[in-house]
Write a protein that binds this ligand. Structure first.
Ligand SMILES: Cc1ncc(COP(=O)(O)O)c(C=O)c1O
Length: 359
């Protein structure tokens, strides 16, 4: 039996996708070999890669003046690639700081340029929240403004896309494809694959054409967006299997009715879990309602000493990976696209039963 997996990443993948991959594992479409064993330059593989891109474009309604890159190095390499490509002559960027991931991004950027940090994390009535954009001190001539849509560890998410005058650059690692998004508002969007896209090892970058060729000349070719775009993300051997599997996830998402349909399910899942937590005296979520993450739901138990028992009993019920990030503790349920509503219902049932027995 497959358990419900609430891991923050690498995260749950749709069972149907894994079954298809399993079917095709040894003999991909009658060719007598696995897709993993195929040249990335072969016609068959290039067709798979191009179909994945076309499906992602369809899902996100990506305008024609954007390139989609399938890269490696995780979202973390983009923390460096972005400043190295986009800082330009001004060498200045604004970074909105809301938690651990946006902080990691700005720390890397500081090695390359002049970074203006906007501290946008605050507490409202004891709950974590993001400050109003009108209070942000943005620079006059920033090459770009960077933020992380969803802080995976804190469970803190922007309610809206910020309105800024410079190209907007966003880390969507833990929220891409979870809700409709107007790509045209962004200069660059990036996301590590291992949450809502596919397996680890792949990073998607969606970049507007006018930003492609501003890289510092001395940086490695594999880090230059322009070079990657010209070479179909194949400056070197790409993560072929992760790319193929992500393509299967995109097909699955289209079969579900696309992002609009999955968004409705995601809203139902988040509502079910947050409403239960809010109605309970035993569990607590530390985030202000407007900034609650739809994908990552951190929560604490009334008695910290019960955490180990909670995790052990949850595992016995096939509810896996509910421990919070090692840096913050507590619990966290990541309810990405591949976690079904029934999984969240099973979690709520377990939480309720646990609270009755231990509360
Ligand atoms: C929002 C966010 N950004 C960046 C990262 C880092 O991703 P990677 O491990 O792919 O470098 C993560 C990983 O969990 C994340 O959640």
């Amino acid at each position: 039996m497959r358990a419900y997996n609430f891991c923050a990443g690498p995260a749950a993948l749709p069972t149907a996708v894994l079954e298809k991959a399993q079917q095709e594992m040894l003999d991909w479409q009658g060719k007598g070999l696995s897709i993993m064993e195929m040249s990335h330059r072969s016609n068959d593989y290039v067709a798979v890669a191009e179909k994945a891109e076309a499906d992602l474009r369809k899902l996100m309604n990506i305008p024609e003046n954007y390139k989609v890159l399938f890269l490696q190095g995780g979202a973390s390499l983009q923390f460096s690639a972005i400043p190295l490509n986009l800082l330009g002559k001004n060498n200045k960027a604004d970074y909105i700081h809301t938690g651990i991931w946006s902080e990691k991004a700005l720390k890397e950027a500081k090695r390359y340029g002049d970074v203006n940090v906007v501290d946008a994390a605050t507490l409202i009535d004891g709950k974590h929240a993001i400050t109003e954009q009108s209070t942000w001190n943005l620079s006059d001539h920033a090459a770009y403004v960077h933020y992380a849509d969803n802080e995976t560890i804190g469970g803190l998410q922007f309610a809206d896309v910020p309105e800024v005058n410079a190209p907007l650059v966003c880390d969507f690692s833990s929220s891409i494809l979870s809700a409709p998004l107007d790509v045209s508002k962004f200069g660059l969007i990036y996301a590590g694959a291992q949450k809502n896209i596919g397996p680890a090892g792949l990073t998607i970058v969606i970049i507007r054409d006018d930003l492609l060729d501003q890289a510092k000349p001395e940086i490695p070719s594999i880090l230059k967006y322009g070079d990657q775009a010209k070479n179909g993300s194949m400056v070197n051997t790409p993560a072929t299997y992760a790319w193929y599997l992500s393509g299967l996830v995109f097909e699955w998402l289209l079969e579900q009715g696309g992002v609009d349909a999955i968004y409705k399910i995601n809203q139902d899942k988040a509502k079910l879990l947050y409403s239960y937590i809010d109605a309970s005296d035993f569990y607590n979520n530390p985030i202000a309602i407007a900034n609650r993450s739809m994908m990552n739901v951190p929560f604490t138990l009334a008695d910290e000493a019960l955490e180990k028992t909670f995790l052990k009993e949850a595992e016995q019920k096939h509810l896996l990976n509910l421990a919070g990030h090692r840096s913050v503790g507590g619990m966290r349920a990541s309810i990405y696209n591949a976690v079904p509503l029934e999984g969240v219902q099973a979690l709520v049932n377990f939480m309720d039963d646990f609270a009755k027995r231990h509360g």
